[in-house]
Design a protein around this ligand. Structure first.
Ligand code: MLT
Length: 404
């Protein structure tokens, strides 16, 4: 007799964005005339930049001839990509990260979810609240989170670090000492950031306590302010305590193409075990690498042409962010984010719950967003809008919201 993994059965409801999509589908079915604008999941809408399309075409042609055909990719990813990541994302910023400390993957979501596998089951996890649900849900699946309290929406064995208006949506050091600390800056969902000095405090804390920080830098391309770090390795001592996860989805529009990477410095240890070698073992056993074609597209991101084209794309989305932020503020909403991140975090009006506001917005403005409470209890009475729509739809959505 076969039994399911009991830990999966503990997961409440479905994945946040699946629930949002289902509710949108149900509304559409009931109101087929409604012209729905989707500013919910952080999925890009602009086509891939020309330099990336060219790289894809060339790589496809290489696959057509025996001389240039590629089969399995190397475990850690092709050197041409790891070398350029090491140069452009790290050495150029004064960070000492070698190509063989970079693991290329098919996206940050998988890495964010899988990385917990190399840690002991009784590791205590700390997350920001609100939080990108993948960090918590994957620890639930691994049986690391204890029991769920439906009333509070929290897990007994998870340390929640509230990020509220009172602390500028920046977590404070937890009272109980964690083993694993998930941080994401610029933040999903609040769009908040912290300065390099603030991040240094976390690095020092992790080193003092022997904790590991899992740093999700998926939105670093959206940083516009000077003193905001693009990588945790800009902080002294981060090589001894931090893993960093990157995505090509948000900086280069790869949500449907899939590419990311994770950095594990060789200095990073759990006890006397190098975490780099554990992740390398996992990668080798469970993964056959991102496709050659896609890694060639990733390489094109770092060419000067690529950088120029992608700067324009980021600017396009950040114009949407400003449109949302300023439009909502003018309409009397309390808003934050949208300066160093493609997410705008707004307080729901009239003390509505996040899901009440979701329904209200869908019904009155035919706009879909993401309820803040879906990201954690401190997200209640908040709502997230994404800047990843088209400019025309973004302008139209804000007009509709202002008219509500
Ligand atoms: C989000 O909307 O939070 C993100 O798009 C989800 C993701 O990147 O997986």
């Amino acid at each position: 007799m076969v039994w399911p993994n009991e830990d999966y059965l503990k997961l409440p409801g479905s994945y946040l964005f699946s629930t949002v999509a289902r509710k949108q589908r149900e509304f559409s079915a009931a109101h087929p005339e409604a012209k729905i604008i989707r500013l919910s999941i952080g999925d890009v809408t602009q086509p891939l930049a020309p330099v990336i399309i060219d790289a894809l075409h060339k790589a496809v042609d290489e696959m057509a001839s025996a001389e240039t055909f590629k089969g399995y990719a190397p475990d850690l990813g092709y050197e041409f990509l790891r070398n350029v990541i090491s140069e452009k994302d790290y050495k150029a910023r004064g960070c000492d990260i070698a190509p063989d400390e970079i693991f290329v993957s098919d996206g940050a979501k998988g890495d964010c979810g899988n990385i917990q596998e190399i840690f002991a089951k009784d590791c205590k996890v700390a997350v920001c609240d609100p939080v990108y649900p993948v960090y918590v849900d994957t620890n639930v699946m691994a049986g690391r989170t204890g029991t769920y309290d439906e009333k509070t929406g929290t897990w007994s064995d998870v340390i929640y670090m509230p990020c509220t208006a009172a602390n500028g949506f920046a977590p404070e050091l937890p009272r109980e000492v964690p083993d694993l600390i998930y941080l994401c800056f610029p933040n999903n969902p609040t769009g908040a950031t912290i300065t390099k000095d603030q991040l240094q405090v976390w690095v020092d804390y992790a080193n003092k306590e022997g904790a590991v920080i899992i740093y999700d830098a998926a939105y670093e391309a959206y940083i516009s302010e000077e003193n905001v770090p693009h990588s945790i390795y800009e902080c002294e001592g981060a090589r001894e305590c931090a893993i960093e996860i990157h995505s090509f989805s948000k900086n280069a529009g790869f949500t449907g193409v899939r590419l990311g990477y994770t950095v594990i410095p060789k200095d990073l240890k759990a006890g006397n075990v190098q975490l780099h070698s554990l992740w390398a073992r996992r990668h080798g056993t469970k993964y056959n690498g991102a496709p050659y074609i896609i890694q060639k597209a990733g390489e094109a991101v770092y060419t000067s042409e690529g950088q120029a084209q992608l700067k324009e794309q980021v600017a396009y989305y950040m114009k949407n962010a400003a449109t949302i932020r300023e439009g909502l503020a003018a309409a009397g909403y309390t808003v934050s984010g949208g300066v160093n991140a493609p997410y705008i975090w707004l307080q729901t009006p009239n003390n509505m719950t996040s899901w009440e506001f979701f329904d209200y917005l869908l019904e009155k403005a035919n706009v879909v967003g993401t309820p803040g409470s879906g990201f954690g209890p401190s997200g209640e009475h908040y709502f997230r809008l994404t800047a990843f729509g088209s400019y025309e739809n973004t302008v139209e959505a804000i007009e509709r919201i202002r008219r509500m």
